[in-house]
Design a protein around this ligand. Sequence first.
Ligand code: HEC
Ligand code: HEC
Length: 291
Amino acid sequence: MKNRNIYFALALAILLLVFGVWLLTFFRSTLATKRLAQEDAAVKQSAAPPSARPFFNPPRPEDAPENIRAEVMLGYKIMTETKKYAGEYSKNDLSCSSCHFDGGRSLNTISLVGVGATYPRFRGRQDYTVDLAMRVQDCFQRSMNGVAPALDSQVMQSLLVYMQWISKDIPIYSKLPWALPADLGNPHKADLGNGGKVYADVCARCHGDAGQGTPIAPPLWGEGSYNDGAGMHRVSTFSVFAWRFMPKNAPSLTQEQAIDVTGFVNARPRPQFVSAGPDKIKRVIPLPEGK
Ligand code: HEC
Ligand code: HEC
């Protein structure tokens, strides 16, 4: 009788032990599977291709993280009030925003959203690869008819931080659908007489009878304007800009009118670009044959 009880207790103990061990391994394995599944999902997510189409949604300067906010805000002010915040480098009456509306944050302009993700890159004008700082220096020397801010200047650094911020979430080297096309693709030859008429009828009320600018719009030619080395001085760029964006907020020109008024404005006097140094640096890595 006593022996049977002992055997019974022993059997029960062994059974409990086996059950316990089984229980332990069961939970450990389900936990492990769960964790593996989680890890798997994480890996899948990180390996997912970036969205093929960059999305236009630039963040506001004031929403920048605290550690960069002051510089982002200063960069934005330099863009929109260039004379006040970068007067030592800019020698005309324009702001960067005269052409890159709202500090380049607008879609209906030469937008700068994404430049932080698409430089450095090769540029035909220089015939070598330029980074964003060199590109900014170029707009100072030509579009602002001024002098290039040094890389370690407050102005340059703030502009770079600002442009990087408004390029947030744009995949590196993605093709930006909002980039300005090189030209209108229209073979029309400029008729300067008609261009003068378009100017007087459509543009003069904002830009002034003599292209000198008014309190509501910047100058288009003369001492206060961009120089003849600027991108806007190219017939192709000016005509695309005028056709797409002018008058501001209510573009109304036909392509032919845009080309005519381009011819007219381009024939007016403006400051001359003076190269500060050799504009061409010998390319270190030659392009493959035929390029
Ligand atoms: C008179 C008009 C004008 C003004 C003013 C101007 N820019 Fe530009 N900017 C242009 C044009 C035109 C381009 C070339 C656009 C193109 O061909 O894609 C350009 C291009 C750029 C680019 C490269 C954009 C890209 O997508 O590759 C940067 C960066 C830039 N400008 C910064 C500035 C800054 C900073 C200022 C002020 C210091 C400024 N710009 C003032 C007309 C202007
Ligand atoms: C309703 C007023 C208005 C009219 C009309 C207008 N513009 Fe503008 N334009 C502006 C403003 C404002 C800006 C500067 C944008 C800013 O600072 O946000 C500008 C900027 C420009 C610029 C780049 C900056 C510069 O001064 O070089 C060009 C080029 C330009 N306009 C061409 C034209 C042409 C060509 C016409 C006529 C077809 C025209 N605009 C008609 C308001 C106007």
